[in-house]
Design a protein around this ligand. Structure first.
Ligand SMILES: [Zn+2]
Length: 101
């Protein structure tokens, strides 16, 4: 009997951040969802219906995701100015390990 298992895979769902391409557990990422009017909302509970994309809970990833148009590309939509500001604001509210400013 040498089949002692040392690694127990819990089989947690994993998703990839669209900005840094790091794969993490789903719960460590923030889900963004495209709503019916083409706008994008933060989906805190991961329960909204629609095309979704994931970003780390880090300011850097939100900046990258919004700046490079990666979020829009991933969700196949165009962000309006207000929508973009709204998401950028959410990103700034995250603790990103950056110096305050
Ligand atoms: Zn990331």
């Amino acid at each position: 009997m040498t089949t002692k298992t040392t690694n127990i895979n819990k089989h947690l769902p994993q998703r990839t951040c669209i900005a840094c391409r790091v794969t993490r557990e789903k719960r460590e990422l923030v889900r963004l969802v495209r709503v019916s009017d083409g706008g994008v909302e933060v989906d805190e509970n991961g329960k909204k219906v629609g095309r979704g994309a994931y970003l780390c809970r880090e300011q850097n990833c939100w900046q990258e995701g919004l700046k490079g148009g990666r979020l829009e590309h991933a969700l196949r939509t165009n962000l309006g100015h207000e929508n973009r500001e709204q998401l950028a604001g959410y990103g700034k509210s995250l603790s990103g390990g950056l110096d305050g400013g």
